[in-house]
Design a binder for this molecule. Structure first.
Ligand code: S3P
Length: 170
């Protein structure tokens, strides 16, 4: 018997916050389904997020992201991890508040950077100075993520297991 979720728990936060890794573990521990919006977009398009950005551009990706969010949110309650930009559109936030509960995985810039710096999969960080780019996103998005109903801090040195426990305890 799995845990009974009343509402979908939507993990939001910047790239490198651990949304997918933490969400997967939380869902596994609670025995509830796990879904990931980026993964669903990739599956439907049969392309990676980076390929979609390159071929069709960010606005196209954002439209797909909103569609996928809506489809997943009206489905059965689950743990849903989202791409770092999914919480930015007001309409997406309204949809999330209506059908679920937003949980912000908050982490400081240094920790986020240490996790994403060697990855090449993030189209938004394909700039001349990805560290600066991430800093800009961090500054611009923090006030938006603050709209989430629940905040869980991710700190250097915490294991995935610790993070999952923190989420479950909220
Ligand atoms: C994005 C974050 C990515 C992905 C896309 C855009 C963003 O997801 O959706 O590259 O705008 O922050 P992760 O947060 O899982 O890296």
């Amino acid at each position: 018997m799995g845990y009974h979720l009343n509402k979908t728990v939507v993990l939001v936060g910047l790239m490198g916050a651990g949304k997918t890794a933490v969400g997967t573990l939380v869902a596994q521990k609670l025995g509830v389904p796990f879904l990931d919006s980026d993964h669903e977009i990739e599956r439907a398009a049969n392309m990676t997020v980076a390929e979609i950005f390159t071929r069709d551009g960010e606005p196209f990706f954002r439209a797909k992201e909103s569609q996928v969010l809506e489809r997943l949110l009206v489905g059965k309650p689950c743990i849903l991890s989202t791409g770092g930009g999914a919480y930015l559109a007001e309409s997406n936030r309204a949809l999330i508040a209506k059908h679920g509960v937003a949980l912000w995985l908050r982490a400081d810039l240094e920790l986020l950077w240490s996790r994403v710096r060697h990855k090449t999969t993030r189209p938004l960080l394909r700039t001349d100075n990805p560290r600066e780019t991430l800093a800009g996103l961090h500054a611009a998005r923090t006030p938006i993520y603050q709209n989430a109903q629940i905040v869980v801090d991710s700190e250097e040195g915490l294991s995935l297991e610790d993070m999952a426990q923190r989420v479950i305890q909220t």
